[in-house]
Design a protein around this ligand. Structure first.
Ligand code: ZN
Length: 312
């Protein structure tokens, strides 16, 4: 690539959200390309999420060390997904890793890191990351005090994006790290969670009344943009639920249901094929049937006409 401009996760940068609070935003936020962040206190850093691969996580932790000069004392995972948690193993051994109980269970049984199924192209290059689970778990909330800063780790009380979602909330600075309860400008994903719960979580997020929001994927947003982004999520989740109800009534399976739907205003969002995965979850929720994650991913690949596009 020579002098070519950096793109994708290579163009990630550490952004100061407010003094001492950082977001690591990785363009363009697609599959496996997450946001992370950190809160600096006088006595060390609380890291919010790691990244999917060794190289991305090393870049993130390197930028934090250069910018702050502080050691990582704590880290929290906003949920169990590998894009936010596989890099945990590159945190210092002395760092205390925190997650919700169900998040810890989910990562413990994550099947993808050991043998990634061929659902993505190019296949992610994990590098030297291994599964590292939280050593401290919370159920509903836990507060970390780091050098005069207060960081509240909060679970909504129900399954939304996943069963073990946690947001990191700084009440003084009014900064909210939402994890994947928000995808900014990309198609939301709830196939391992709940449509009803994801809908409920939007009001819960809004009630924090944050001034600065770090979404799980996509660009940062401020208070002025939050309502519109929450509203778009709400419309999408309702669209999936209504589409699923209609499809079930006509005896369709999730893939056929997805093919029959016109995505309308959501067609422009990246990772549109998530409609198939979200419909799998909606069908399971509405019919009470179980859901096969691997079959759902296979259907998403079929809808897409090939593996789901990601980036190295
Ligand atoms: Zn994610």
């Amino acid at each position: 690539m020579g002098q070519a401009e950096r793109t994708g996760p290579d163009a990630a940068s550490l952004t100061g959200v407010v003094d001492g609070v950082y977001a690591w935003v990785q363009p363009d936020g697609t599959w496996w390309v997450n946001n992370a962040g950190a809160v600096a206190g006088e006595d060390g850093l609380l890291v919010v999420d790691t990244c999917a691969t060794e190289s991305r996580t090393r870049r993130f932790l390197g930028a934090l060390a250069r910018t702050t000069g502080l050691p990582v004392r704590w880290a929290v995972n906003t949920h169990q997904h590998g894009d936010h948690a596989y890099g945990n193993s590159l945190l210092p051994d002395s760092a205390v890793l925190i997650g919700q109980t169900a998040m810890r269970e989910g990562l413990a049984h994550d099947p993808i890191l050991d043998s990634c199924p061929p659902f993505w192209s190019p296949p992610p290059e994990w590098g030297a990351v291994t599964r590292r689970l939280p050593s401290v778990v919370l159920e509903r909330e836990l507060t970390v005090h780091t050098g005069g800063r207060r960081v509240e780790l909060r679970h909504p009380g129900y399954t939304a994006h996943t069963p073990g979602d946690v947001v990191a909330w700084l009440p003084e600075e009014r900064v909210l790290f939402t994890g994947d309860l928000l995808f900014h400008g990309l198609t939301p994903l709830v196939f391992m969670g709940s449509l009803e719960g994801a809908l409920r979580s939007l009001d819960w997020l809004s009630a924090f009344a944050p001034e600065h929001v770090v979404p799980g994927h996509g660009p940062l947003l401020g208070a002025a943009a939050l309502d519109a982004v929450l509203g778009a999520h709400e419309r999408y989740y309702r669209f999936v639920l209504e589409g699923a109800r209609a499809g079930i009534a006509e005896g369709m399976g999730p893939l056929e249901n997805a093919r029959a739907l016109d995505l309308g205003e959501f067609a422009d969002w990246a990772d549109a094929e998530r409609i198939v995965l979200n419909l799998h979850r909606a069908h399971a929720e509405l019919t009470g049937a179980g859901m096969d994650l691997m079959a759902a991913l296979g259907d998403a690949v079929a809808w897409n006409g090939g593996p789901l596009p990601t980036t190295l």
